[in-house]
Write a protein that binds this ligand. Structure first.
Ligand code: ATP
Length: 360
């Protein structure tokens, strides 16, 4: 078990590009931390710096209180699982699993023992003699996990380990990884661009955008109180709806914008927000249909109806503005219908229109 601490870690590539800007986070011993963000946000670079595969331009990386910036990867007691598995095609599963241990000079009997232990843990015993080319993607991924596990590393790094699998297998392996983490209690850092994977696996999640950490928190806190508009829009599927406008505070609070004037009864913003340019965010489950149009309702026309079994996503247009609503699959409007929606006042998110920061 190990505590990993990143202290203002920075990566500037030789061409001057800042891929990671001053990332700071402490990963507790035994924690499963997920790094998530869109393509190119710097998450792989950050993981590779922790592994020692990428040099650190500035800042400090500590494992159990020891600075390891200059330590070669093999001395960091870290194992990494890659997206493409990187298995040796000419070796059997058993040989793939034991390769690293043999390289380290472990004797044959001890290697065999350890390989069997890990094969049992990952239910790979029937495949020990098979070659990777003859196995499914999910099986290969399990071997890749096993190869990292045999070394019993202090820290386990996973870079998009499920992205080559089909949807069903991805779901299955996600549960396997969560179970594995619970059994082993190893410190794990898991990189993904998939927000569902991040939300379901992470004890805490680090959300990155353009090299900068945007927020670090538990999945629920990120969903309920996103620190800025980027995080609000990135987590949640379908994504949060945004409405921009100017705050007007009269007898009620109102948002005056391209959608018209929307009254927000039940919303009490500070008086000095009057005149402020804001963007309000409403999740698709927090917009509720009402029978009639009115000052507190957004009127929108149904564009596309997406039934997903236990619920329905309605894609709507309010003027030019696209909106998404999530409804139980009971009474479903049809394309072309005009419906009226009221946001739940307790579930509104408000962001500054200029820098996107959460206000309140
Ligand atoms: P993805 O999910 O697509 O893998 P990522 O979030 O993991 O993306 P990184 O691979 O860390 O992103 O890359 C971050 C940024 O750094 C990208 O804009 C990428 O183009 C840039 N980058 C990566 N490697 C180099 C390099 N060797 N030289 C210059 N720029 C690089």
């Amino acid at each position: 078990m190990a505590v990993v601490r990143l202290d203002a870690l920075r990566k500037v590539y030789p061409n001057g590009y800042v891929a990671v800007a001053d990332a700071s986070v402490e990963i507790a011993s035994g924690e499963l931390l997920v790094l998530v963000g869109p393509s190119g946000c710097g998450k792989t670079t950050l993981l590779r710096m922790i592994a020692g595969l990428e040099s650190i331009s500035a800042g400090t990386l500590l494992i159990d209180g020891r600075v390891v910036n200059e330590l070669p990867p093999k001395d960091r007691d870290i194992a990494m699982v890659f997206q493409n598995y990187a298995l040796y095609p000419h070796m059997s599963v058993a040989e793939n699993l034991g390769f690293g241990l043999r390289l380290r000079g472990m004797d044959r009997a001890a290697v065999d023992r350890r390989v069997r232990e890990v094969a049992q843990l990952l239910e790979l015993e029937p495949l020990l003699d098979a070659r990777p080319g003859a196995m499914s993607g999910g099986q290969q991924q399990r071997v890749a996990l096993g190869r990292a596990l045999v070394r019993d590393p202090k820290v386990f790094l996973l870079d998009e380990p499920l992205s080559n699998l089909d949807a069903r297998l991805r779901l299955h392996m996600r549960v396997e990884i969560a179970r594995l983490h619970r059994r082993l209690g190893t410190t794990m850092i898991y990189v993904t661009h998939d927000q569902i994977e991040a939300m379901t696996l992470g004890q805490r999640i680090v959300v990155m955008d353009r090299g900068v950490i945007q927020q670090i928190d538990t999945p629920m806190n990120l969903y309920r109180r996103p620190a800025n508009r980027f995080v609000a829009g990135f987590l949640g599927s379908p994504a949060m709806n945004f409405l921009s406008g100017t705050v007007r505070i009269d007898t009620t609070t109102e948002l005056v914008g391209p959608h018209g004037t929307l009254a927000l009864p039940g919303v009490a913003w500070p008086a000095d927000w009057a005149g402020r340019e804001v963007v309000i965010g409403v999740r698709p489950e927090d917009l509720h249909p009402v029978d009639a149009a009115g000052p507190a309702a957004l009127s929108a026309r149904v564009d596309v109806v997406e039934p997903v079994g236990n619920e329905v996503f309605l894609n709507l247009r309010s003027g030019e503005k696209p909106l998404v609503v999530r409804l139980p699959p009971r009474v479903v409007p049809q394309p072309g219908d005009l419906i009226h929606l009221v946001p739940d006042p307790a579930m509104l998110h408000v962001f500054d229109a200029r820098d996107g920061a959460r206000l309140e």
